[in-house]
Structures are given as C-alpha cells and as structure tokens.
Design a protein around this ligand. Structure first.
Ligand SMILES: [Zn+2]
Ligand SMILES: [Zn+2]
Ligand SMILES: [Zn+2]
Ligand SMILES: [Zn+2]
Length: 615
C-alpha cells in the first residue's frame, strides 16, 4: 500500500524546538516510522536534518519502513522461460555464466558486478569467465531465435560504446517491431532520448518498460533517475523505493536512495514540501499505459513448453547418473556436487578439462547451480526426489540403533582416549570423504581405532568429535578432535573405501558404595605420583605432550566424578602421555573399572620412578 510521506504533515507540528537532542530526534522519528506514521516521522527527520550531525545513514529506518509499505508480492513462476531469464537484464540468458554462489547471469551483464544481484554474495572478479557449457548448449538447442537475440544485443552494445546513436536507434526500432525483448530496447531508447534532451519521450519509454517488466529492479531505478532529472523528486524516490522493495538487500539501490532522500530532506522546508505536494496534486502527471504485446517472446515460451531434455544430456560425467545437486565449476563444467567433491579429494583439477580448481577447493565454494537444479527438477521431478530420498537412507553418517549401539565411520590410526584432544592431518582421499561427510551430516563424529598387524583394526576404540577443521588449498585438511565415549566393535563393513562399524558404547561399571573411599584414596596417591613423574620430564618433552594431548585437564576426583562412566578425564590424559606400548593403552581403554585402571597406572608410575632412581 503506497502512502504519501507528506500526507499527514501539518505546519504546526514542525515548529523547531530549542535544545533538541539529535539522537532523541532520530529515535523518535524511527519510532514513528516503525509505527507506520510515516508523515509525522518525516517531519521529525526534517527537524533532525537541521543538525549538523545529520547523515544519509540516519534515514535507514525510514527507508526500511517505506519499503515494507511498498513490498510487492513477487511473482515466482516456475515455467522454463522464467528459469532461463537473467535477473540483471530480465532478458534471455545470453552466454550464461554461473558465479560462485551458483546463480547464473549473461556474461555481458556481469561486467562491473561486485555482489550477486540475487543473494548479495561477493562475485569473484574474473575477466575471462567461462560459459556454463551445458546450459549454453541447452538454451541454444531449445530457442532457435537465440542467435538473432545474441547478435542484436552485441551489435547494439558495440554501437553504444562507439556512440553511434543513429545506427543504434535503427536496430532498436527494428527489434521493437519484431517484439524481441522489448523491455531491453525500450530501456535503451529511453536512455538515448534522455541523453539527447528528450525528457518526455525518455519518461514514456521508461514507464512502458515498467508495464512490461514490473519486477525488474533496474527499470524502477532508471525511471527514478529520469524523474529526478525532470524535477519530480518525490515520485523519483517512490520509484527507487519500489525497486528496493523487490530486493530490500540491494546495497547499491539503498545507497542511492539514502543519498537522494538526504539531499531532498536537507534542502526542503516543511512549507516547501507542502507546496510541492499541493502543486503536484493539481497537476497530476499522466502515466503512460500502453499495452505492449510481446509476440515473439510468447512464441518462444510456447516452444519451450514442448522442449525436450533427454536424460543422457544431463548425466554427470563422474557417476553417469542424472545430475543431482548440480554444481558448476569456474571452467563451466557441471557435476553432481558430491561427485565433484569426491573427485577433488583425489586431484584439484576439473575432471573434464583439467583446469585448476584450487580456488574452489580453498574457499569451499561448492554452490548448487540454481538454474540447473530447476531444469533437472522441471524435466525429471520424480527421479530427482527419488534420488534425494535414496541419499537420505544411505547410511553415511553416525546413525543410532539404540542409545548404546550405533553405526559409525571408522578412522584407523592411533589409540585415543575420552576427553583427550587429538589433532589429525587428513590427506588420504577416503578419509577426506569421511571427514567431509561427518561435517556435512552434522554428526562431526567418527570412531578412532588402532591398526592391527593382520591388516585389520582393534576391537576397542574411542568416538572422536571434530571440534575444528582447517582446509588446506590442495584439499587436505587439519582437524582438531576430542575423544568422547569408548566403544567395542560389533561388526565391520566398508562404505566408499573406508571402514564403518556397528559399535556398542563401553562404560565403567559402578563402584560399590563400600569401596568408594578406597578408590578415592588410591586416586589421590596416583595423582601425587603422576605429578612427581611429570616433574622429572624435560621441558621439551612436556611441551611435546601438551602439543599432542593439550594441557592436563583439571586433576582431582569428586564424589560425582567417581560415578562418571569414563572416570576422571585427567587419568586418560595421563595414559595418553605415558611412554606405554600401544597394546597396553588398548588394554587400559578396555578396562571398565576405575579401580583396576588406577592400580595398573600406579604400577607403571612406580616402575618409571625406580628407573629414574637407578640412573
Ligand atoms: Zn543478462
Ligand atoms: Zn547469488
Ligand atoms: Zn554425479
Ligand atoms: Zn572444466
């Protein structure tokens, strides 16, 4: 619902108050704007504008509220033709280029674009962008007029660059007669009119463009610019606002509106504002309402209704299945996102053209190619959703069978312990895949076990939680993990080259009430002995331990901790740090009795201290 910002303004409201606090004025105006009383808000902003602190950014709230008032229900249509429309020029995608965020625009529309027009993500500047190979091929196949549309646009662009306006007008008139992409040519003609001082004709064309493409942001912006030059400031601001309401996050448009409103408010007095308003209402500008048929485009739309897409055209060249969650590389090749990531685990180059994809790996830029996803869903909706549910049911993640038994991916490496940190360097392709899946499915958990001599792995291990991941440019990664529960392996299998296992959680058996005091005493002795042992270590040895295992967790044992299912964490830290053979460490991991663990460690510490004394 449009609202006139001047409607409720009255002269009596606007007497300047002395000693008004600037901040309070802005707050008051913001409040009024939030309440929808834009007229009163406007007058308070006007008072604030007399302060020297006043800046365009103070109007941010007003702009938000105006946009909210104007917001149009955006027409989202799912026909193939609108899918193949460029959001910048609102014409057919010509020389389509897919950028980092997965949105696609005409190559020529992208020049000078810093943020994506749709999602505002940063677009990496690149002067040699590659076309989206498959999409380009499909559009050309579906739309026989493609070459004509492309040629016209290229010719007009070249003529405009060389300022050959008359020749340019010829092509524009010809294209308008043909009815091909009328909005683009009307918009160009409007610009030409404006440059040659024909303001009224420029305005007429700009309004026809809006009649044709009411959701085209650029059209509202352009109309705003013309209205400003013709002196219709208030209407111009409304036109910018309408544009902004189509994409309220557009930073450039916001900036323009702030500047224009700032100028407008700063230079007007309430009397002038009212006068301007009265004058305008007695001389309402005639809006152009011409029915603009777009015959040729309707033809194209009809043809697209019968468009075919054989499934082999949209097969992923890595898995030979229909593209699923398609992702397009900087070199313009499209694969299933998951297939592409797996391929990059092995080599940082495009599987088709061998271009380097190091940048993509480094910034983890694996966006879904939005247009391709729509195209695949458009032609094969059933197959697409089937593939999706298949993936969901594939057991790729930690899946609970009960709260004590679960299926986990297995990393065969070293013995790790509950609560103890373990940094890992992930370089083998199968583990890159495994770690990525753990991160992506949100579990961040895998099982860690020690390898055994017969090419298998130990029966006992620890669940590891991935606390932090650093991806290196070549696809390797450094992860920081922390041990949680211990487990026993129940049965073993493989998924995509790595081990998975059904495991049962292993916990300490409770210590009987009568033995608790003894265990506490034993614990305190062991703690004392371990402090003595740590004190005998060299500085370099100690720093090596803390690099690997982190610092010693706060030692001690309380009544509560004795009931913990894994006992005190510091003890695991000590076990991890002691110079013990791996097999002994596995034995300790397996012991589900705190008292037994303490006794064993006590004997180890005693032995170490005797060795020390003999030296
Ligand atoms: Zn475009
Ligand atoms: Zn985007
Ligand atoms: Zn694939
Ligand atoms: Zn490629």
């Amino acid at each position: 619902m449009e609202r006139n910002v001047f409607e409720t303004a009255t002269l009596t409201d606007s007497q300047p108050e002395t000693n008004e606090n600037f901040e309070q004025l802005i707050l008051k105006a913001d409040d009024l704007a939030s309440d929808g009383d834009l007229g009163s808000a406007y007058l308070v902003y006007l008072r604030a504008s007399k302060h020297k602190e006043f800046k365009p950014s103070n109007l941010s709230k007003l702009i938000d509220c105006l946009v909210e008032n104007l917001k149009m229900a955006q027409q989202i249509s799912n026909d193939l033709f609108s899918t193949l429309t460029c959001e910048i020029c609102y014409g057919l995608l010509i020389d389509p280029v897919t950028v980092d965020c997965g949105h696609t625009f005409c190559n020529s529309c992208l020049s000078g674009i810093v943020n994506c027009n749709i999602c505002q993500n940063v677009v990496t500047p690149d002067f040699n962008r590659n076309l989206n190979v498959l999409l380009n091929k499909l559009i050309r196949g579906w739309i026989p007029e493609y070459k004509d549309i492309l040629d016209r646009r290229k010719r007009v662009e070249a003529l405009l660059v060389n300022k050959m306006y008359n020749e340019c007008l010829e092509i524009i008139e010809e294209s308008l007669k043909l009815g091909l992409e009328k909005h683009i040519y009307l918009s160009m003609r409007s610009r030409l009119h404006m440059e040659n001082g024909r303001g009224d004709s420029a305005l007429k064309d700009a309004e026809r463009v809006i009649n044709l493409k009411p959701n085209w942001i650029k059209a509202h912006y352009h109309l705003g610019e013309i209205l400003i030059q013709l002196g219709y400031t208030e209407e111009a601001i409304r036109s910018y606002m309408t544009g902004l309401s189509l994409n309220p996050d557009n930073p450039d448009l916001r900036e323009t509106i702030s500047q224009r409103m700032f100028q407008f408010i700063k230079t007007s007095t309430p009397e002038e504002a009212l006068r301007a308003n009265v004058a305008k209402s007695s001389m309402i500008r005639q809006r152009t309402h011409i029915h603009d048929p777009e015959d040729s485009i309707d033809n194209i739309k009809r043809k697209l209704d019968d468009a075919q897409l054989p499934m082999e055209e949209i097969n992923c060249s890595l898995c030979w299945r229909m593209l699923f969650e398609p992702s397009t590389t900087v070199c313009g090749h499209t694969f299933c996102k998951e297939c592409l990531k797996r391929s990059l685990d092995h080599s940082p180059n495009c599987p088709l053209c061998k271009s380097s994809l190091v940048q993509m790996l480094k910034h983890r830029l694996f966006s879904t190619d939005k247009i391709f996803e729509l195209i695949v869903k458009h032609f094969y909706p059933q197959q697409y959703s089937e593939h999706y549910s298949e993936l969901l049911t594939e057991s790729l993640c930690v899946s609970g069978i009960s709260d004590r038994e679960m299926k986990v991916p297995i990393f065969v490496c070293v013995v790790t312990f509950p609560g103890v940190r373990c940094p890992l360097h992930i370089f083998e392709p199968r583990y890159r895949l495994m770690v990525r899946r753990c991160i992506e499915n949100g579990s961040r958990t895998f099982g860690m076990v020690r390898p055994m001599s017969d090419n298998s792995y130990a029966n006992i291990g620890t669940l590891m939680y991935i606390e932090d991941v650093t991806y290196l440019p070549d696809g390797r990664s450094l992860i920081i993990t922390q041990g949680s529960k211990r487990f026993t392996v129940l049965d073993r299998s493989y998924v995509d080259g790595y081990n998975v296992a059904n495991v049962r959680i292993l916990e300490d058996e409770p210590i009987p009430e009568a033995e608790r005091q003894d265990t506490m005493n034993l614990h305190d002795q062991v703690l004392e002995q371990s402090r003595e042992w740590l004190a005998t270590l060299s500085e370099s040895r100690r720093s090596k331990i803390s690099q690997q295992n982190g610092d010693i967790p706060s030692p001690g044992l309380t009544e509560d901790e004795i009931k913990e299912k894994d006992g005190p964490i510091w003890l695991w830290w000590l076990i991890s740090s002691l110079p013990l053979e791996e097999q002994y460490k596995i034995n300790l991991l397996e012991k589900n009795n705190l008292t037994q663990r303490l006794r064993f460690i006590q004997s180890v510490l005693k032995y170490l201290s005797e060795m020390q004394q003999q030296r």
